[in-house]
Design a protein around this ligand. Structure first.
Ligand code: G3P
Length: 231
């Protein structure tokens, strides 16, 4: 499963990118507004840093306007993926952009029939919002299961399931178990993926025990050992 970060904050992206695990980034108008700054320069800089898919969302609500904005956004950087809302006008724009070879991420998906339509329109990615479904006490994980199964049942569908609106680490695990192709994770959740008390406790014990050995300097030990072998 590919791992994307769901943010427009370049500092958050730079930090997680340094982990060596980041495959891409998703933004949306709310994340861009929260981050501030120049929208186009921001998504360009993110794409240049990550060198992977970066979703930038159109805001026009008519098909022609979405197509116009999408064509221009695709020119900003080779890694830009045009994000389009799952509306009738959005489907028409996805079809047109796809036919021009422009990658799309269809967003705001909340039920499997919507995902089927997005795939039929040629979407590169579909973004079911797990968290927002859980927020109204429905099963976000079930949505991922159903979309993955529907897509797997059709050899013509190449659309990738991009699990979004992830609220906690278990949403990521559920998406991975369900077979989602991608999960896009907010920075705060990404940081929590690593946290486990047994990892922290075990690492601390290793270091305590290592402190009792005679020579704790691994670099010096290896350099002396290599020197002795080559002597
Ligand atoms: O990319 C979609 C994602 O940003 C939505 O997440 O937390 O606003 O439901 P959220």
């Amino acid at each position: 499963m590919k791992l994307f970060l769901d943010t427009a904050n370049i500092d958050e992206i730079r930090e997680i990118h340094a982990w060596g695990v980041l495959d891409g980034v998703t933004t949306n108008p709310s994340l861009i507004a929260k981050n501030g700054g120049d929208f186009i320069q921001t998504v360009h800089d993110i794409a240049e840093l990550v060198q992977g898919p970066v979703s930038a969302e159109v805001v026009a609500q008519d098909t022609e306007g979405m197509i116009r904005e999408g064509r221009l956004l695709a020119k900003v950087h080779e890694h830009i993926v045009v994000k389009v809302p799952l509306t009738p006008q959005g489907l028409g724009a996805v079809r047109a952009l796809t036919d021009e070879g422009i990658r799309t991420n269809v967003t705001l998906c909340f039920q499997p029939a919507q995902a089927l339509l997005a795939a039929k329109a040629g979407a590169t990615y579909i973004s079911p919002f797990i968290g927002r479904i859980d927020d109204i006490s429905w099963g976000g994980g079930e949505l991922i299961d159903q979309i993955v199964q529907i897509y797997a049942n059709s050899s013509q569908i190449t659309t990738q399931v991009l699990a979004a609106s992830i609220r906690h680490p278990l949403h990521l695990v559920d998406a991975a178990l369900a077979g989602a192709h991608v999960a896009t994770v907010p920075y705060g959740v990404m940081r929590r993926l690593l946290d486990h008390p047994l990892t922290e406790r075990g690492n601390r014990k290793f270091l305590e025990d290592w402190a009792t050995v005679e020579d704790t300097d691994i670099v010096g030990q290896v350099e002396r050992w290599l020197a002795a072998r080559s002597a």
